[in-house]
Design a binder for this molecule. Structure first.
Ligand SMILES: O=C(O)CCC(=O)C(=O)O
Length: 361
């Protein structure tokens, strides 16, 4: 679903595809040939639902747009639903700035750590400490050797009986010896980090959970948060059981194509989906790609729940905003003002992270 990696099979003619194209980042042709910095094409955002202003006008004068419902729940913050999409819940500003920064740190430092898998596993095998390596300007270098014993499948990759291991080295170690090995900088790998999986591991090639893959449980604090936030979408006597999470990382121009999340056994249970970093546009379609989707802004700290009928709705992210004016991450910038947090600030200024937590069985 990610750009070319998670490909949608519909033609350009469906209503969903048209909306994706409408909001996607394109650059002005005029800036291509000139030396001027590329300028994003202007896009009409007048039809994008904005729950920040919906919340504001509801709090200030009790006004609500037609088709939007303010749900009474036990949560200590407003929850909105859409008349046209039963099972969809929007919790604006669900996370405090401190919580947002905590989950940004975790998403970069800890969530991509083995045994959690990332999009890089297929090519490089498990990579330890990618974020630290990127900030130390390290380079991942391929080392090929003839094996002496059979390696486990969570270790290095094996081809033609050779073992391919990838190991981080300092940038100077690389430049001194004229090393002919394959190599890639950790900073490039960090920019190309698209997803990591927590808890039960999702196998993208089979589009299924592979319970045989080694995994750690989802961190307790994330489980507690998800359980609390899932409450408006749960029946009174039931509790959400987080078993798996997918962490999506978006850089400039990255998109998540229209898709359904249909690999979990019980669709009555919500997917709890939290946004961190740069503002994005989320498209919530209907059960067919032909149904015109609703576009809405997702900001850092917002949480959406998709349960029941909404689980059958196509959805995706055609755009993230990375320019200072539209990214709307000033509170995070202020929170990350300490020198030690500079690396997180640098990343999140032009990135968005989505953590979506699921009950699988
Ligand atoms: O990034 C988002 O807000 C949506 C993520 C999503 O739809 C998914 O991972 O299935």
């Amino acid at each position: 679903m990610y750009g070319s990696a998670r490909v949608s099979d519909d033609s350009d003619r469906t209503a969903f595809r048209k909306a994706e194209k409408k909001y996607k980042l394109y650059y002005d042709d005029t800036s291509k040939s000139s030396k001027k910095k590329k300028q994003p094409k202007r896009v009409d955002l007048s039809e994008v639902l904005d729950f920040k202003s919906i919340l504001k006008s509801q709090v200030e004068n009790g006004d609500l747009l037609p088709g939007i419902i303010h749900l009474q729940s036990d949560l200590d913050r407003p929850v909105f639903c859409l008349e046209s999409r039963p099972g969809f819940f929007f919790i604006p500003e669900a996370l405090s700035v401190e919580e947002q920064c905590q989950w940004i740190r975790e998403s970069l430092n800890n969530f991509p750590q083995p045994p959690n898998r990332t999009n890089h596993n297929a090519f490089y095998g498990p990579i330890q400490d990618l974020f630290i390596a990127a900030n130390e300007n390290k380079v991942l270098v391929e080392e090929v050797s003839v094996p002496t014993s059979v390696e486990s499948n969570s270790g290095p990759s094996v081809s033609n009986n050779n073992v391919h291991r990838w190991k981080f080295y300092g940038e100077h170690a690389m430049s001194s010896g004229g090393n002919p090995c394959k190599s890639v900088s950790a900073a490039v790998l960090l920019r190309k980090l698209r997803w990591s999986t927590l808890g039960l591991q999702f196998d993208w090639s089979k589009r299924n959970y592979d319970v045989s893959l080694p995994h750690n449980k989802i961190p307790v604090a994330l489980c507690q948060l998800a359980k609390r936030m899932a409450e408006p979408a749960m029946l009174k006597e039931e509790q959400f059981q987080p078993e798996a999470a997918i962490v999506n990382y978006f850089g400039i121009g990255d998109t998540l194509g229209g898709h359904l999340d249909d690999m979990e056994a019980d669709w009555s249970k919500p997917i709890v989906s939290m946004s961190l970093g740069c503002k994005a546009i989320f498209l919530l379609g209907g059960k067919s790609r032909e149904d015109p989707p609703l576009a809405m802004f997702l900001r850092s700290g917002d949480i959406v729940l998709m349960a029941g009928e909404a689980r059958e709705c196509f959805h995706g992210v055609p755009r993230i905003f990375t320019d200072k004016e539209h990214a709307e991450i000033t509170p995070i910038e202020l929170q990350f003002s300490h020198e030690d947090d500079h690396c997180f600030l640098e990343y999140i200024r032009t990135s968005r992270i989505n953590i979506n937590i699921r009950q699988v069985f």
